[in-house]
Design a protein around this ligand. Structure first.
Ligand code: G3I
Length: 343
């Protein structure tokens, strides 16, 4: 079965594409992407450090390649991301002069959003601007441009890319305090008469502790603002995090190392099943709100490609996605397919 087919009347189904995939060096991924997904987000290659490496130097090669691939295969591109505090080009990172930051900000948005208008479907215009308590995160943009920088980013993007959907994207914004911060950002953009088309809840959650009721409350709260709601970087880690109390001794001993990487040789059936149950429950929830939820994007094609093998601890073996390291569908894949037919 195919995810994009079974959810065709409900929402778009996406994956992140990593650099090797975009370079067409990964035929197994390629086959699966064409079969399963109708929208892709570049995992890294449209971030500022890669696409805008020098003050007036841009590198559009991979982004152009991605756009051509998508057009050829009838796949949409959600471009990621214009304004983010992380993965900034080296020349930007310690820029002191506010006028230079402003000039970078304007040129960056105008040049890149302009080039890809009519070529990409949507942009994550601003990514991760919030702290967990809902206040604005400290960044070079906040510091040098002031708190209106988010509205300004959307205004510039709207001007440069009038045919492209414009989104705010962040993690943990299903949590009440951070959600309130996101709502404030969206309302401020709307009050300024600037267009914002949707909000992306990233969806980096953990098997066994998925915050279902906060997710549902967030779908309702964001939809009430008249915008699309999307889950944009979905994955469910099956491993303990260092900040979980029981594993706070991470790194201290070899035993802690094992605790942090408990399944190097494969996922036990019980965990495999919990993952499948959580994915099924999530998709059942998304389907109840299919009028509001427009896209679900997984952050990677298969388990071997997930960023969660390297974060927050390097060298772990994680299993957060629907396809295993051999591109075989996992029980979680079939539970998601089943959710489609039972709704
Ligand atoms: O490609 C280079 C390679 O040439 C170099 O030798 C190597 C050395 O570190 O780095 C490679 O680049 C890495 C890149 O991933 C490609 O694998 C970067 O170091 C690494 O930082 C980068 O990580 C990405 C991360 O964002 C950066 O913050 C992850 O792939 C990507 O999945 C992750 O995605 C983010 C979203 O953009 C925003 N939301 C959270 C999400 C997960 O962190």
């Amino acid at each position: 079965p195919s995810l994009k087919k079974v959810f065709a009347n409900d929402f778009a189904i996406g994956t992140a594409m990593n650099t090797r995939q975009i370079e067409e060096k990964d035929p197994a991924s390629d086959a699966l992407i064409k079969e399963q997904f109708n929208v892709v987000t570049p995992e890294n290659i449209m971030k500022a450090e890669i696409i805008h490496p020098g003050w007036d130097r841009y590198d559009f090669d991979l982004a152009d390649k991605l756009v051509a691939y998508a057009a050829k295969n009838n796949i949409r591109v959600n471009a990621h991301t214009l304004i983010w505090h992380s993965q900034l080009p080296a020349f930007m990172q310690h820029m002191q002069d506010a006028d230079s930051v402003k000039q970078f900000f304007q040129q960056h948005i105008t040049t890149i959003a302009g080039r890809y208008d009519n070529k990409v479907y949507s942009w994550d215009v601003v990514n991760e601007a919030l702290n967990e308590d809902g206040t604005l995160r400290k960044s070079i943009f906040l510091e040098k441009l002031g708190e209106d920088y988010i509205v300004d980013a959307f205004r510039l993007a709207q001007k440069a890319a009038p045919h492209t959907k414009l989104y705010y994207n962040d993690y943990n914004i299903e949590q009440p305090a951070k959600r309130a911060g996101a709502i404030a950002i969206i309302k401020k953009i709307q009050a300024a008469g600037v267009r914002i088309d949707g909000v992306g809840i990233q969806g980096h959650w953990k098997t066994g502790t998925v915050p279902f009721s906060d997710i549902e409350a967030s779908i309702r709260a964001f939809s009430a603002l008249g915008i699309e709601v999307m889950f944009t970087e979905l994955d469910l880690t099956v491993l303990p995090n260092p900040w979980d109390n029981a594993t706070a001794d991470v790194g201290a001993t070899a035993q802690a190392g094992e605790k942090m990487n408990p399944y190097p040789g494969g996922l036990p059936d019980s965990v495999q099943q919990s993952l499948a149950n959580d994915y099924a429950a999530l998709f059942n929830l998304f389907l109840r709100y299919k009028k509001n939820v427009t896209r679900i994007t997984f952050w990677g094609v298969n388990d071997g490609q997930s960023w969660l093998n390297g974060w927050p601890i390097r060298g772990r073996t994680n299993y957060p996605l629907l396809f295993d390291r051999n591109f075989k569908p996992k029980p979680a894949f079939y539970s998601v397919i089943k959710a489609a037919s039972s709704n």
